[in-house]
Structures are given as structure tokens and as C-alpha cells.
Design a binder for this molecule. Sequence first.
Ligand code: MG
Length: 266
Amino acid sequence: MRITRTVLLAFSTCILLSVPASAATPAAAPKKEKPFTPGGRWRAGDESRPHPADVTPPGPATAPSDAIVLFNGHDLSQWTRTGRGTNALPSTTPLWKIENGYMEVTPEGGGIVSKEKFADCQIHLEWATPSVVTGKSQGRGNSGVILSGHPEIQVLDSFENDTYPDGQASALYGQYPPLVNASRKPGEWQTYDIIYYAPRLDATGKITKPATYTVLHNGLLVHHAVEVPGATVESTLSLQNHNNPVRYRNIWVRRLRGYDDPGKPL
Ligand code: MG
């Protein structure tokens, strides 16, 4: 049979009429929104979310680029003297010895306290107890790191040196012993890395969320988000004089900021 143009046209028209409109022009599927991230302010993958600041990490003896350097091995310009007898002295200039990139507690030097105050912060410091061991228990390489208004983080020669657990090296003194004793031998340099969150207070000054400490001693976790008493929000950082020639070096502090708001505290 000869297929004429008229027959073809009639056939194709029949096919078109038999196809549902929806199949001919499929409707676009609704775009699926990505889920909100915690807090409900941003959706996952939102490129308009504020980017974290670029920070150069620390080196073996250098601070990260966003840190406040409290001791660079050369001077005590970031510190004043505190403790017994200070008021009777003509100035509050620190009297600790400085040599070979470290500072050392001296009998007449009192304690030292930072000029800067800190709320939420990350602290790094290195310390060494005397290589020649004298004394025992709390009389052996005793010093300490204190954010004002909060417990001392004990500095002590705790290498094969028995003392009460909540008074040994890296203890939150009188409250919590460290999770492990990570002490190195006398005279060897040791590190503390401390993450401190200040307490939150209501308008009346009542603590609504206690301060917390997370502490690593020589890279090992010894306290994890431990709640401590104290209502001081902005604290100075003190190093204790316990009449033992303990040495410190490479001390820096980073003020911690919140997600998405680089200029605001957490
Ligand atoms: Mg102490």
C-alpha cells in the first residue's frame, strides 16, 4: 500500500494525542534543601557562611600567628611581680632569672603575673624542674600555673616522686589528680596545653555555667572539660614561686573565638 503524506500526518497526530501531557514535558522536581547545621543558622554546604581565619600553626619554638606571646625567651615585659613581700619592694618588676631562652624562679623574685587578662583561651607553656633532685613530695620542683580566681595547675617534679594525687604535676590542685602521670625526668622540658573556658554569669553575677579546663601534659590528656569553681571571667595568668628553681619557656596564649563570628567570644 502506498503511504500517503495525509496518512502519516493522521498517524502522528494520533500518537501525540495519546501521550499524557506530563510525560511530554516532565515537571522539574522540587529542589531539595540541604539540612540545617546545628543551631539552625546555616544549611550544610553554604558557601556564604563566614570562613575561619587563617592561622599559621606553631613551630617547635614559635607561637601561632594569632597568639599573644607572654614569654619569647628574652624579657619579662608581659609580666609583673606578685606574691610575698612584693608590696614592700620599690617596684613590681619581675626578678626571675633569664638565660638561654628560659626564665627561672628565684628565691627573691616572688611569683609573676601577666599584664594581660584572658577569658576563653588556649595556653601553651614549657617548663622544667631542676635536673639535680633535692627535696621530696611537694618540695621537689614545685611551681604552678594559675588563672586568677581558679585552681592552680600544679607544676612539680612527679617523676618517681610520691605525693598526694591531687597535688602532683598537672593536678588541678586540691581538686582533681591528672588522668595519668605523664611526667618526664627531672631537668627535661615538659609541656602544658590548656584549654580554658571562662564561667558564664547571669546579670546578678551568679554562675550559670562553670569554668572548665582541658589540659594536656606532654601531649597526653590529663583533664577533659573539667568544671571548676570560680566566678572570675577575665583572669590574669600567674606562675607560682614555691622557692624551687623551676624554669619556663615558650609561653603563649590564644583568645578563643566562636564559630562563624571571628570577632566574638564563644
Ligand atoms: Mg605549686
